[in-house]
Ligand binder design. Structure first.
Ligand code: PA5
Length: 437
C-alpha cells in the first residue's frame, strides 16, 4: 500500500457515491486553487508559511528547541502547556498519539473552568513544574487567565518559556519583563497550521518525540504530493472528494479513529477544518468518533440516521502492542474462537466491518492509512491535512486562513467583563423564556 510515503488514502468506499469521472472533473478547479496557493495569490496568502515545512524553523532553531526541551525535561517532573486552539491542540495530538510518557505534559488555558484549574493545581502540588505558555497574539483571555493562576508554580525562571510573536503583544512584553526564554510563532503561519513550529515542537520534544522526524515527514509529504499527478495525490483527491460530496448534500464529516490515543489528533483536525472552512454560510461540519467505543453510542445514528454524513477513518498500519486473547479451558463465554488472536487484529476487523457497514448504510467513506505510529508518519499526516484543508477552503471560495467568527463571543464577553475599551453591558436577565417547575 505504501510507496515512498508513509501515508495512503483509500477511496474504495466512495465508489457508490462519487465516480472517478466526478473526481477528475474537479482536477482543473483543484489545480487552479493549488496554483493560487503556491504563487501566494489566494485569499489569506500571507499565512501559507506551513506549505514549506523545511522553512518553518529558522537556522539552528530545531537545535535550540531540543536543547531547551531537554533542559526542561531534566529539571522538572511535568510540563504545563498553557494555550488554546491552534496553540495547544497539535502538540496534544502528537504527544497523546506517540509519546511513551504523555502524562508528563499537562494542559491549561484551553478553558475557563475553575474546577478544572483547581483540580490541576492540586495535582501539580509538590511537583517540579516547567511551563510553556503559547499564544501567537499574546492577548487571548483563556491562556492569560491560566498564566495568572499557574505562573507562580514555577519558581525558577529558566523553567518558564513563552512561545509568541517575535516582536509584539502582551505575552511578548511579559516574557521580556521577566527575561524568559522565548520562541517565535512564525508571522506567516496561523495558529491552527502552526504545529510544526515551536508551538508544537517544544512540547513534543519535552515528551520525548523526535521533532526532526516530524518535520522530515512533513517535508517528504510536501515534496511527494506537490510533484504527484492529481490522481495519485492523496491531498488533492481528498479535497476534491469532500467538495463533490458537499455539493451532493453531505455536509457533516466524521473523522473516525480506532485508537483512543488519536482522540486529540481528531480534535486538532476538527479545529483545522472547522475554522478554515466554516464561514460565509458554507463548510462541512467536522465531527469525530472514537471506535469501537462510539459504535455503541453514535453507531446507530451513523448507520441509519439522517443521510448527510461522510466519514474518514484514520488508521495506523502497524499494531503497536503485542497482546493476544487468552484461551479458556471451559469456554463458558464462548470467546475461544478469538483465543490466540491479536487484539490489534480484532480491532482491525472491527474497522473493516464498520467501513463496509457504513458504506452500505449510505455513508461515503475514505480511509487515511499511516504506515506506523511514528513521527515521520505523523509529520506526513499533518502536512496532508493542512494542504487538503487549504485546498478545500479555496474550492468553496472562502479564506481558509482567517477566523473572523471567533470574535463574536469575545466582544460580548469583554463587554460583560468590563474590559477597558469595551462598552459595559449587563447579562440580560429580564424577559427570558425560562421553563421551570
Ligand atoms: O487558529 C487560530 O488562529 C486560533 O485557533 C488560535 O490558535 C487560538 O485562538 C489561540 O490564539 P493565540 O495563539 O493568539 O492565543
Amino acid at each position: 500500500m505504501f510507496g515512498n510515503l508513509p501515508l495512503a488514502l483509500d477511496i474504495t468506499n466512495l465508489r457508490p457515491f462519487v465516480s472517478r469521472e466526478e473526481l477528475t472533473r474537479r482536477e482543473a478547479a483543484v489545480a487552479f486553487c493549488d496554483r493560487q496557493l503556491k504563487e501566494g495569490v489566494c485569499a489569506g496568502s500571507a499565512f501559507t508559511g506551513w506549505l514549506r515545512p523545511d522553512s518553518i524553523l529558522g537556522p539552528g532553531e530545531a537545535d535550540k528547541i531540543r536543547e531547551k526541551a531537554d533542559f526542561l525535561r531534566n529539571n522538572s517532573d511535568v510540563l504545563l502547556v498553557i494555550g488554546i486552539g491552534g496553540s495547544y491542540l497539535g502538540a496534544r495530538g502528537v504527544i497523546e498519539a506517540l509519546s511513551d510518557s504523555p502524562e508528563r505534559v499537562v494542559f491549561a488555558g484551553h478553558n475557563i473552568s475553575a474546577s478544572y484549574m483547581a483540580k490541576l493545581k492540586k495535582r501539580l502540588d509538590g511537583k517540579k513544574v516547567a511551563l510553556n505558555v503559547i499564544s501567537k497574539s499574546g492577548t487571548t483571555t483563556e491562556p492569560a487567565v491560566a498564566l495568572r493562576i499557574f505562573g507562580d508554580l514555577v519558581k525558577d525562571r529558566r523553567l518558564m518559556v513563552a512561545t509568541t510573536d517575535r516582536k509584539k503583544g502582551a505575552l511578548h512584553d511579559y516574557a521580556a519583563s521577566l527575561g524568559l526564554d522565548t520562541f517565535a510563532v512564525p508571522e506567516d503561519i496561523g495558529g491552527r497550521y502552526s504545529v510544526l513550529s515551536a508551538v508544537g515542537l517544544l512540547p513534543a520534544a519535552y515528551a520525548g518525540l523526535d521533532i526532526n522526524a516530524l518535520t522530515r515527514g512533513a517535508s517528504e509529504a510536501s515534496q511527494a504530493m506537490e510533484n504527484a499527478p492529481f490522481e495519485s495525490d492523496p491531498s488533492r483527491i481528498y479535497a476534491a472528494a469532500r467538495h463533490v460530496l458537499f455539493l451532493k448534500g453531505f455536509d457533516t464529516e466524521i473523522l473516525s479513529v480506532f485508537e483512543p490515543g488519536l482522540f486529540y489528533m481528531a480534535e486538532w483536525w476538527k479545529q483545522l477544518y472547522g475554522e478554515s472552512e466554516g464561514k460565509e454560510g458554507t463548510g462541512i461540519f467536522p465531527a469525530s468518533c472514537t471506535f469501537s467505543t462510539d459504535l455503541h453510542s453514535m453507531g446507530q445514528y451513523i448507520q441509519q440516521g439522517r443521510r448527510r454524513l461522510l466519514e474518514t477513518f484514520l488508521m495506523i498500519g502497524e499494531g503497536s502492542a503485542d497482546l493476544a486473547v487468552p484461551r479458556s479451558e471451559d469456554d463458558t463465554d464462548g470467546m475461544n474462537y478469538l483465543a490466540g488472536k491479536q487484539v490489534d487484529f480484532i480491532n482491525r476487523m472491527a474497522y473493516e466491518a464498520t467501513a463496509k457497514a457504513h458504506a452500505d448504510g449510505g455513508v461515503p467513506n475514505m480511509t487515511v492509512f499511516l504506515e506506523k505510529a511514528d513521527e515521520r508518519s505523523f509529520g506526513a499526516l499533518i502536512w496532508f491535512y493542512e494542504k487538503a484543508c487549504a485546498l478545500s477552503g479555496l474550492l468553496s471560495g472562502v479564506n481558509p486562513f482567517d477566523q473572523p467568527g471567533v470574535e463574536a463571543y469575545k466582544k460580548y464577553m469583554f463587554r460583560l467583563l468590563r474590559k477597558p475599551g469595551y462598552e459595559p453591558m449587563e447579562p440580560d436577565r429580564s424577559g427570558r423564556d425560562i421553563i421551570s417547575l
